[in-house]
Design a protein around this ligand. Sequence first.
Ligand code: NAD
Length: 413
Amino acid sequence: MASTYEKLLSTVKEAAHTANLAENDYISLLSPEREMHISIPVKMDNGKIKVFKGYRVQHSTLRGPAKGGIRFHQDVNIDEVRSLAAWMTFKCAVADIPYGGGKGGICVTPSHLSETELEKLTRGYTRRIVSFIGPKTDIPAPDVGTNARVMAWIADTYSTYAGEFSPAVVTGKPLPLGGSKGRVEATGRGVLFATREILKKLNKSLKDQSIAIQGLGNVGGTAADLFYKDGAKIIAVSDASGGIYSEKGLDIPQILKHKKTGKKLDSFEGDFKRITNQELLELKTDILIPSALENQITEKNAANIRASIIIEAANGPVTTEADRILEKNNIICVPDVLANSGGVIVSYFEWVQNLQGLYWTEEEVNNRLENKMIEAFRLVWDVKETYNVSMRKAAYIKALKELVETQKALNII
Ligand code: NAD
């Protein structure tokens, strides 16, 4: 069976073929520039040394420093990190921000570690990659299982080695360390902007839509909050412990209050039906927003999807095979490289603020984000109309054209 990265490559090649690009112009984008496999020994609280496996992949630095999050999750592996790094290359090109693509991860269940163990692991990981990251080379950010606190440990460890305060080495930092207002909510907010744009194209109003959201972390939780406040009816949500469903709509503020205490959804009580994550994906709903992990909608369940629109808040939630089935069933998919780009766009704003030492209000950050996302959506939509292709293919064509232009300017020999 093809790996996630191989499937991604087939999407890239198909887009290049449709856009009539010569292989010479994009072949270098098919192989990551640099991959690091690292081992991180950590003395655990019980005195035993445990060695964790970690990775950092710099897929492309053609358009700027590698940019992409760090994932702490038990299923992290090189194929996943490589794919996530490549998605970042295309996402940054779609959003037209001056970055390449990178990603990192450690194979660990963060909830099984104490705070001290997690800090030692993060600092150990940073020491292993310290010569390869930097504000002008490779800039990590949060992803699944990591947050502002983890970014603070990375920034501090890197600054110690660099011999100077270097907040711009990571984004998604706490505000006192140079984080940007609006960064925590940026990906979820961008998902809302992308959804508004597709609904405008379809002459539909958000208030009339029913919504199901898989995953209630940084991205899914913020999206649930913002969609609810915007008047949408959220009929189902889930986390790793399972999902809940109510046809008349869920009480999102109460659910998020429960989640904020660190508890899972399976201990939340109320007037709703419990469902599995699989059942959530197959619900009859207007909009489905996968916000957890990749490979959730596959050739096995794609034919059962009953949503009219899928907004990919997660990276890679729909496989290539599933994409074909969804397209045949006229289900519109707003692809990850566009829909969840709010996070990296505000990461870029954070980096710009760090480099210039001048900080913006939250309103300014949100307005700039909205303008960037509307523009990216418009350009992708134009490509979609020109070539009569899906939004995913259109996004890849747009990104490839940007990347190929840069490549040509470099005149690689
Ligand atoms: P997170 O760790 O904050 O939350 C992940 C959520 O998914 C949690 O609610 C968890 O319980 C749930 N989950 C885990 N396994 C699950 C499963 N098998 N089924 C259902 N739910 C499951 O992570 P996040 O930062 O919200 O990231 C979620 C997705 O969004 C990832 O694909 C990530 O790469 C992508 N993304 C994140 C950002 C960002 O700024 N954080 C930006 C762009 C894309």
